[in-house]
Design a protein around this ligand. Structure first.
Ligand code: HEC
Length: 300
């Protein structure tokens, strides 16, 4: 086990400057400060050891590009923010040296690869300077990868010497205007939903329950995240996004967000393929499903 970060921990920023990792404040900083964020995170908490260093992926978050915010306003690109058309995957890592000898770590050992085309991205933020991790030392490193439009699975890998380890699989979230055509941007623009009809679709024809189980029985067998208490949990997923809007975006753009319980290992993590409902559902069916998810009791 990597010991927890403590006061003796070295905090490395992208210029090699020292700074303190502080949750969302950090993310806001990375996005250029003033931007409202729509970040999608995973918490894998898995440790990997390669050639004398142990690494744990603490957090991986996709940042929206600045032009996404507001229906009409286009925000100017801010220094440090991803270029227009790109999305930044920000990863927080803990590096630990369990051995008796110092060991070097280079941020460029981390790379993000497109599983389909083989394109590879090195950290665009986080610098490339190697640093030495002393025996028993714990370092926190934050890196950013700016990724142009792609719909493939992206693999975050750690390559060290001849060894390689997969840390995370994810997909780049689409911009709202890249989604399936014909869908309004806001869930409120859908027709009013009917939770009973949504329940019938969920348990019947669309068989959402085969992956998600019954939202009324969260402990039941399932491979997707439990959707119990969705009205509460869904509203906490993305800063500033309601549960209904989040459900809507999850259905239009599955995989943009990976539920925390679906990262790392476990059956949910292996089936990261939620069907593309944006291509098959009618607006009424979409509204009914969302209505059921945010208020399952009225659907029973
Ligand atoms: C083949 C299995 C599968 C089916 C069928 C499926 N899902 Fe999913 N769903 C998943 C997986 C896996 C995830 C987690 C991946 C992720 O977070 O992107 C997920 C995520 C979600 C989320 C986000 C949950 C959260 O807590 O963040 C919602 C909402 C959702 N699904 C609703 C539905 C609805 C509604 C249906 C039916 C129309 C459905 N799903 C059908 C596998 C499935």
């Amino acid at each position: 086990m990597i010991p927890p970060l403590d006061r003796s921990t070295r905090q490395l920023g992208w210029n090699g400057t020292r700074w303190v990792v502080c949750g969302l404040a950090l993310l806001a900083m990375l996005a250029g400060g003033a931007l409202a964020l729509q970040a999608r995170a995973t918490q894998p908490r898995r440790e990997t050891e390669l050639s004398g260093l142990r690494l744990r992926l603490e957090r991986a978050v996709w940042l929206h590009e600045p032009t996404d915010h507001g229906d009409t306003a286009t925000l100017p690109s801010l220094p440090g923010a991803p270029a227009p058309g790109q999305r930044r995957l920000t990863v927080e890592l803990t590096v630990f040296n369990p051995r008796r000898l110092p060991s070097d770590f280079t941020p460029g050992e981390l790379r993000l690869t497109d599983a389909t085309t083989g394109s590879e991205w090195r950290p665009t933020m986080g610098g490339s300077a190697a640093f030495t991790v002393r025996p028993s030392e714990v370092s926190s490193v934050t890196l950013g990868f700016d990724v142009p439009r792609t719909s493939s699975v992206l693999r975050l890998e750690w390559a060290r010497g001849s060894e390689r380890a997969l840390l995370l699989s994810t997909r780049r979230p689409k911009n709202p205007n890249e989604g399936p055509p014909g869908w309004p941007r806001r869930v409120e623009e859908l027709p009013p939903g009917n939770a009973s009809a949504g329940s019938a679709l969920f348990h019947g024809r669309l068989a959402c329950a085969t992956c998600h189980g019954n939202p009324a029985e969260p402990e039941g067998h399932r491979i997707g995240p439990a959707l119990a208490n969705f009205s509460r949990v869904g509203a906490t997923r993305v800063v500033g996004m309601s549960a209904a809007q989040y459900a809507y975006e999850s259905l239009l753009n599955p995989g943009a967000f990976i539920a925390p319980e679906c990262s790392g290992q476990g059956p949910c993590a292996q089936t990261r393929t939620m069907p593309l409902y944006g291509e098959t559902l009618s607006p009424q069916e979409m509204a009914d499903l969302i209505s059921y998810l945010v208020n399952p009791r009225t659907g029973d």
